[in-house]
Design a binder for this molecule. Structure first.
Ligand code: HAS
Length: 562
């Protein structure tokens, strides 16, 4: 018994480290986001406040916020869900090795970025070339996350044996779906990094097949976005109905949605490559069709969450077709668990915009208007910067406070954080999106423009909308100052209870027992078949495209003005 308690204590300490380490880095990541908007709008003339140039700062911003923070959070959250819902502790040594590798990998990649040897942006596709430590660091981060996942599998199996007549808890279905998607995503990435990029950056081979590398990157890159989204969906299905005072409308919907993501997350990556040569239009069209398919589980989520919220609002006295929306606990500033509601609902409102812009991106013809313009960051700040970011920071704060036995400090300020963030993101994203339609490019240093052939009036309008992002970025940064203030004061506050793990868990309104969503196997098989169909021939084509070989290139800041 003592031994078990000791193991659990050590494991909880690991979860804490995996939550706190990326939050610390996030300070840097967010700071460089703010510097970006100031620089792009011409408010400051140089990005080098910390000695970083434009592409360096942008790489740091993308890698820390979108890759490091999300991966650490997903692993820590997964550990905690296994401990809480299955009442089992993963193998301690493996889990610490996994955490250690992730920290080491992050430090190596950060060193490469901060020393100016890896300004390759978070997509790191060639011909941009980084120092080998950047690729090695990324590899260690991924291997660390795999080890964590592999350590959960025997626990899940033994739980299933011991509880043959029970449904697997929905949160566990969610986290296994998340990591199955991650495994499918990171296998092509492993090939790209280990077989192509590391030998190239070490100088063992002179050139690299750019088209193959880009295709493998997006084979990873699109399921990556669902690896970010699914932990947020776990919170929306399992916790949101409870903290809004209601029940989950349908248990089946949740399970079916997670299974859909397993089969459809990967075979859609070519929608990032509509303008790339060497890939036939027919395959781009096929991925487009599947991309519209992957929106369906999110539409189902929209419906299920609205139904769950309606139940909650009507239980609180809400009436009417739409008036019940006013009865939800938007301004709840308790410091127990309901304070999660403002974070979740703000994220969901943002995602309604992100979903619409995503479907525009997915349309082959409309994509050619917005591709590589500032519309794209407009889209992804309402997805990864919306439901994902808000739910991850909220859950990090919630878990840290619970594990340390603390109460959330400054609950009123904490309640305003997500709303301020939401208004900031909307302002930023609308500005960036409209500017993108006028032709303002994304992630290019000043001096490059798609607008040179446009009349002055359009150029002026483009820049005007683009500059709205300063206001949005300012509000987002202010919101984060408040968040870190609440986080640090909570961390430093007096202990109020015994530290423990706890998650608010909703009851279910329709608790259906439908067998085809209870077993992962058939879904994994369908996923593999779809991947082979969707990627087999396109990969064959790009492997043949050896004339796209390139030597390395390092972006220079500032670029010469044309
Ligand atoms: Fe995306 C580019 C298409 C979802 C992230 N996406 C990106 C990039 C990122 C990203 C980071 O087809 C840039 C990559 C780069 O650096 O080049 N995306 C889609 C589609 C979806 C989608 C069809 N994206 C996401 C999610 C992301 C994410 C999720 C992160 C977490 N995306 C694209 C395409 C591109 C792209 C192209 C390439 C563009 C280019 O040319 O470069 C779908 O999954 C979206 C489906 C979502 C919905 C919304 C459901 C709404 C819900 C909210 C319910 C709200 C409630 C509250 C209940 C259908 C669930 C009440 C609300 C009220 C309003 C009252």
């Amino acid at each position: 018994m003592m031994e078990k308690m000791k193991i659990e204590k050590s494991f909880r300490r690991l979860i804490l480290i995996e939550l706190l380490f990326p939050i610390l880095l996030l300070v840097l990541g967010i700071y460089h986001g703010f510097i970006q908007v100031l620089y792009r709008a011409g408010v400051i003339q140089s990005t080098s406040f910390l000695g970083l140039d434009y592409y360096q700062g942008l790489t740091l911003h993308g890698v820390v916020n979108a890759i490091v923070f999300t991966t650490f959070f997903a692993v820590a959250f997964g550990h905690a869900l296994i401990l809480f819902y299955l009442k089992k502790t993963p193998h301690l040594l493996f889990s610490w090795i996994s955490g250690g590798l992730m920290v080491l990998g992050t430090l190596l990649a950060s060193y490469a970025i901060l020393s100016g040897k890896a300004s390759v942006l978070y997509t790191f596709y060639p011909p941009l070339k980084a120092h080998p430590l950047f690729y090695i660091g990324a590899t260690l981060l991924v291997i660390g996350s795999w080890i964590a996942f592999f350590a959960w599998i025997p626990l899940y199996r033994s739980w299933r044996k011991e509880n043959a007549n029970q449904k697997t808890p929905l949160a566990i279905v969610g986290i296994f779906s998340t990591f199955l998607v991650w495994l499918m995503a990171t296998l092509p990435l492993a090939y790209e990094v280990l077989v192509m990029l590391i030998p190239w950056s070490l100088g063992f081979v002179p050139t690299v097949n750019v088209m193959l590398a880009r295709t493998l990157f997006w084979f990873f890159g699109h399921p990556l976005v669902y690896f970010w989204l699914l932990p947020a969906y776990i919170m929306f299905y399992v916790m949101l109905p409870k903290v809004s005072g209601g029940k989950l409308y349908s248990d089946f919907a949740g399970r079916f949605v997670f299974m859909c993501f397993i089969i459809l997350s990967a075979p859609v990556g070519l929608h990032h490559q509509f303008t790339d040569p060497a890939i036939r239009s027919s395959w781009k069209w096929f991925h487009t069709v599947l991309t519209f398919g992957i929106a369906i589980p999110s539409f189902m989520t929209f419906f299920t969450l609205c139904a769950s919220l309606e139940y909650a609002a009507k239980s609180r006295g809400g009436t009417g077709l739409l008036r019940w929306w006013t009865k939800l606990p938007y301004f709840n500033k308790d410091n127990h668990e309901q304070w999660l509601f403002p974070y979740f609902i703000s994220g969901l409102i943002l995602f309604s915009f992100g979903g619409i812009t995503g479907l525009i991106n997915a349309s082959y013809t409309m994509n050619s208007v917005i591709h590589n313009t500032s519309w794209v960051p407009g889209h992804f700040h309402t997805t990864v910067g919306g439901p994902v970011f808000l739910s991850f920071i909220a859950m990090s704060l919630f878990m840290v406070a619970r594990l340390l036995g603390k109460e959330i400090q400054f609950p009123k300020l904490n309640m305003w954080v997500p709303y301020l963030w939401m208004v900031g993101v909307l302002t930023f994203s609308i500005g960036m999106s409209v500017a993108g339609i006028y032709g303002v490019p994304r992630r290019t240093n000043l001096g490059i423009s798609y607008m040179t052939s446009q009349p002055d009036i359009f150029r002026g309008l483009g820049m005007l909308w683009s500059n709205m992002s300063v206001l949005g970025g300012g509000l987002m940064s202010l919101s984060m100052v408040f968040f870190f203030f609440v986080f640090i004061t909570t961390l430093c506050s007096k202990k109020k209870m015994e530290g423990h793990l706890y998650f608010p868990t909703s009851e279910t309104y329709y608790d259906e027992n439908i067998s085809f969503v209870q077993n992962f196997k058939p879904w994994i098989i369908i996923a593999i078949v779809l991947i082979v169909i969707a990627y087999g021939l396109p990969l064959y084509d790009v492997i043949q495209a050896t004339f796209y070989g390139s030597a390395g290139f390092t972006p220079q800041s500032p670029l010469p003005t044309p």
